[in-house]
Design a protein around this ligand. Sequence first.
Ligand code: SF4
Length: 378
Amino acid sequence: MKPICPMPWSAFFVKSAGELHPCCTIKEPPGVKYTLQDDGIEAYQSSDFLKELKDTLLSGKMHETMCRDCIDQEDNYIKSFRQHEIDQLEKDFPNYTINDGYVKAQFIFDNTCNLKCIMCDSLYSSKWRQEYKDIYGIDNKPNKTDNKFIREFFEKNFKSLRHIQISGGESFMGPLGLENDFLDIVLNQGINENIDLYIETNGTVYPTQEIISKLLQFKSVKFNMSMDGISKRSEYIRYPSTWQEYESSIKKLKSLVDNYNKFNLGIMHTLSIFNIYYLKEFLDYAKTITDKTHIHMVETPAHFSPLAMPYELRQLVGNKLLKDKNLECMRWGKFLKECNSNNEWEKFLLFKDKHDLYRGTNFAKTFPELEELINGFQ
Ligand code: SF4
């Protein structure tokens, strides 16, 4: 029988600190957590929550709570993670059945990073550690997944794998830095020519020639560059990078991609309170770089999600997006106007001020249009 979503069968996600998940958007029941190092793959695969999820998907429905993000997005005509992944699976593995095994694996090996983007945290960026500790009182130590687990995973699943995604931290500092042998593990397994590699990068670190030579041995490589704004808005969000740095990295990555047919470039845009108002301007800019821009919305910290905006502000920003006459803007504008608030607005006001003070940044000067809207209804 074919489930409404294949992810728990076809995909294997290792998130920060070795956490295991069937997809990157799932909301597991409170308290449910499986890690590669403490529980192992088999305990995760035979877990009650995964069984419940699979049973629901096999019955032709998405799970009411665990699949909430996909349900909400599809209800609002936004292409959900489920729909993206089904399209991808059809390309990677035509005629896939749930007995065929894992086709996609996404690994976050460690959180080494040179940036502390405002909507990230110290689980995903080592650069965040001190600020997160000072502002939120939580000390997330640097984390790294032992390659022996990755080796074991490949030994068991190499036959069905077609697609590997590497996320960070910054991929070219951690797993694709010179001290890590991740690429050698895949090359030694001899499956590289079957594999489309997706590499998420913050765009500020360029791969070494040695890494480029290894990447060229894969079927294809897509560099997905995270970009969350242009000019001073990018500098505020993707702190402490400079826009000049970004523009020069884009040029370098673009020319690398232009030189090799196997390489291509995409943009990942994470919507937060800081940038959703400026979506049209960003998409116009992104079009000058690539036609492959993927938009998704920040989930945590919830106080920086667009869902934290109070009703009146969501209507104002939503109306602006609807007027922008761009399909993506119109979809997100509609979503914003109709979604439920996550009730985190007070925390947004508090923490944006705290971060501004800590970093020496200035929300009001960087996002004057948004500041005006906020002042208008408060
Ligand atoms: S429907 Fe969405 S949340 Fe549910 S398993 Fe599929 S991708 Fe994950």
